[in-house]
Design a protein around this ligand. Sequence first.
Ligand code: NAD
Length: 441
Amino acid sequence: MNQQPAPEQPADVVARLRAAFRTGRTKPLTWRTTQLRRLREMLTERGADLAAALHADLGKSSTEAYRTEIDFTIREIDHTLDHLEEWLRPESAPVPAHLGADATAWTQYDPLGVVLVIAPWNYPAQLLLAPVVGALAAGNAVVVKPSELAPATSAALARLLPEFLDTETFAVVEGGVPETTALLAERFDHIFYTGNGVVGRIVMRAAAEHLTPVTLELGGKSPAFVDPDADLAVVADRLARGKFLNAGQTCVAPDYVLTDPETAAALEPLLTKAIQAVYGTDASASGEYGRIVNERHFDRLTGLLDSGRVVVGGDTDRSQKYIAPTVLADVDPASPVMQEEIFGPILPIVTVPDLDGAIDFINDRDKPLALYVFAESRTTRDRLAAETSSGGLGYGLPLAHLTVSDLPFGGVGESGMGNYHGRYSIETFSHRKAILNKPLG
Ligand code: NAD
């Protein structure tokens, strides 16, 4: 009889990884760079497996799967390999005179130990693997929990990662709420969670039991402010590409457009034109346009379609989990579409009288993960940067700030805490130890 071995219990996984971490095997630079190179090999040799899984889960085109998940992670690995030695270098600190001229002080990056990475379903490969790059580079043992809502990608990761990484110090635990709850009962040295704020609170509560630090990469309603002085054809094109990527299921997607009534009216036909230029007049026939992750989200999203006048789109097909790229105008801020993060292909246009109105509108709500500003005026740009708070700020181009490896990526307030990418991942997954040396002689 061919019996599957029972899956290892979370407590046993963590104990096993902790014992391996204690041997010191993850600390040498060569172990870390080897793991990163192996992960890179996985992505280059088996990228097609991941792309197929992403297509099965989200209807992602292969181009999009490579651009936003596989190649994205490869770039993060390459950037880390190029700079890791320099990032890990101890930094000396000036010593006060009362300690004597022979005293020296410096900081050293210590790995934290065993860290947990919990990933969501919308970019189920990138949002699991990019934190893993930092966690391995910082010399940690790592447990990952892919999202059960992207089951094909979860299965592919659970199959591939152990083939390429050091399984003494790396483990994949698949599953949903019960499995994650069991994992969260264990003591970790850091928990890195990407997903929604409700679960973010559950994660933080569980972490508090062990005084485990957390990074919470959450979402929110990211506004796109459009100034009347902007070239509206360019704005429409960039909004369409940023909003409807992955059928709008992107944490940093422009959630809604904020502008004055005249600019809104001028934008409407330009947005229609831009969407048709990218996806054709029938996006359901475009190989580049994705699908909604499941029926629950499909039903939630279709319930938002009557929050305004449909400018373009509005077509849906539940059997295909298809919702056309949709723009809504005349949207009341009190309507359902403006209450929560949309996380789908619906772009409402909300009007405010002027820049002051826009700044108040943003500040009256939760701090967003991103703010996008389309404006030529220096004063307008500077005022929005100075007078609002958001995880990131993009002038002229949505989403792209998170592809700059030397920028920290993360939220503020309701959109999250902590950040990562590049050297910021090393800060997140390390302890910066303070060291003082006073010679005995
Ligand atoms: P999800 O449902 O896949 O949940 C994320 C993870 O939490 C999964 O691994 C899931 O198993 C786990 N989980 C769910 N319920 C749980 C519970 N009760 N206890 C313990 N663990 C549980 O993904 P989601 O939350 O629907 O993702 C969408 C949200 O994530 C959006 O708000 C989006 O903006 C945000 N997001 C943020 C970022 C970012 O980088 N800041 C990126 C992507 C998505």
